[in-house]
Design a protein around this ligand. Structure first.
Ligand code: FMN
Ligand code: EPS
Length: 394
């Protein structure tokens, strides 16, 4: 089964990710991974770190001469600041930190993590809770995207909301629009809204505040049949929701028209089915269900939206908290922070969607090599509708 595991602290030496179950023969280069990591650093409103963080990648195992071997792939992403600033504070050697953080930040994992793991220093929690970890997810996800591309699937994302500014689209972006989206300061497909979003971020930054928002992920070319209706934990919509919700600060996820569809009547809420004699396949001219019915991909465009809360750390005296030693009412310690990270969250969401789809594709089409997996997919597609020969008889 395809799976991945990340390790690493935000200000440690680096992040590590191990990816297991990638078939042999997939073309993977360091450049492919670096390109996706560079996309994650995009977005107006990020803090100072994204200006110097280089996400330096090292491919340790599982890839030889640019192709996967079918063995576990291990990747390291070095943290650019480690050598300069963090060798003492984050040292694995026995010792005492020079600064102990005793005023947990509301909205972060600090206090719950300290209580759960028995720490008196919030840094013991925040280093791992930080969304720095999403760089490792994107490194893994870039491999899943390459796998999916071989199967004809392309995934993209775009920002649909920052703070109170929404981008209402008449047409959804396609993979051909990805470059245009990435060239937007806020990764917004609607150019006339982009400047309003930037203005909203500037206004929040000016008063030391933060913003949330939303990004939509679209997966084109997903074949029918990923996920399953037979068990609750195999439903594709459930798997996507979990993957996107696991991204730091994401607080809501919808599939297709999601919340919006609940306001409609049934007659207006579903995607009618048509037969296209040219392509000899079923088609839909609306995408309300987000490409998933009964937990199974329908062959239609998959869409999901993730909503992010306004970031909890502020560039001004923060939200009230308690000092865990003195128990005195206080303000949380100050950490470097982004004003908003919605554009980056969209990129991370793409890669988490890629994980779910690649994992389900592996489950459905199997194979130890990419060639075998592609043969299995082609055979499945070519035989669609012919599985039960009794249909149409009697
Ligand atoms: C790409 C990205 C960057 C983030 N940057 C910050 C940040 O600079 N400051 C902050 O307070 N939270 C930031 N967050 C959110 C926190 O990591 C998150 O709120 C925290 O770990 C608590 O998790 P929860 O909000 O999911 O409960 C970021 C999240 C993402 C996805
Ligand atoms: C490091 C990243 O994001 C970080 C996520 C983050 C948080 O609290 O989640 C807080 C900030 O950390 P720092 O204090 O090191 O600047 C962000 O920069 C990254 O995305 O690579």
């Amino acid at each position: 089964m395809l799976r991945f595991l990340t390790a690493g602290e935000s200000h440690g030496k680096g992040l590590v990710v191990t990816v297991e179950g990638v078939p042999s023969g997939l073309s993977v280069t360091k450049k492919d991974i670096q390109n996706e990591l560079a996309r994650r650093r995009l977005g107006y409103g990020r803090g100072p770190r994204m200006r110097f963080e280089a996400d330096e990648v090292e491919l340790l195992t599982g890839i030889r001469h640019g192709r996967s071997l079918g063995s576990p792939i291990a990747i390291v992403i070095y943290n650019s600041e480690w050598e300069r600033k963090w060798t003492e504070e984050m040292s694995p050697e026995p010792g005492i930190p020079s600064k102990v953080l005793t005023k947990p930040r509301p909205g972060h994992a600090d206090l719950s993590g300290m209580l759960k793991y028995g720490f008196a220093d919030a840094r013991d929690v925040l280093e791992r809770a930080s969304a720095r970890e999403t760089a490792a997810r994107v490194a893994a996800g870039s491999i899943f995207k390459l796998m999916l591309r071989e199967l004809g699937v392309e995934i993209l994302s775009h920002v649909t909301q920052i703070g109170s500014v929404e981008a209402v689209l008449s047409e959804l972006p396609t993979p051909a629009d990805l470059e245009l989206i990435d060239s937007s300061e806020v990764r917004c497909f609607k150019k006339d809204v982009e400047q309003d979003m930037v203005a909203e971020i500037k206004a929040a930054a000016k008063v030391g505040d933060s913003l949330g928002g939303a990004a939509q992920v679209l997966a084109y070319g997903v074949p029918v049949g990923l996920g399953s209706h037979v068990h609750w934990d195999r439903k594709l919509d459930g798997l996507i929701a979990q993957a996107l919700m696991s991204i730091q600060a994401v607080k809501a996820v919808s599939i297709g028209d999601g919340v919006e569809v609940s306001y409609k009547r049934g007659s207006e809420a579903h995607d009618a089915i048509f037969w296209d004699p040219v392509s000899e396949s079923y088609t839909r001219d609306t995408h309300r269900a987000g490409g998933i019915e009964g937990g199974i991909s329908s062959g239609d465009l998959i869409t999901a939206t993730a909503w992010m809360k306004p970031l909890a750390t502020l560039n001004r005296p923060s939200i009230e908290t308690v000092d865990v030693v003195s128990k005195e009412q206080s303000f949380s310690f100050k950490e470097r922070t982004d004003v908003t990270a919605v554009p980056a969250m969209g990129v991370v969401a793409e890669h988490m969607m890629a994980y779910v789809l690649a994992q389900e594709a592996t489950r459905k089409f199997g194979g130890d090599s990419m060639a075998e997996m592609k043969r299995n997919l082609t055979s499945f597609i070519n035989n669609l509708g012919s599985a039960d020969s009794r249909v149409g008889e009697g």
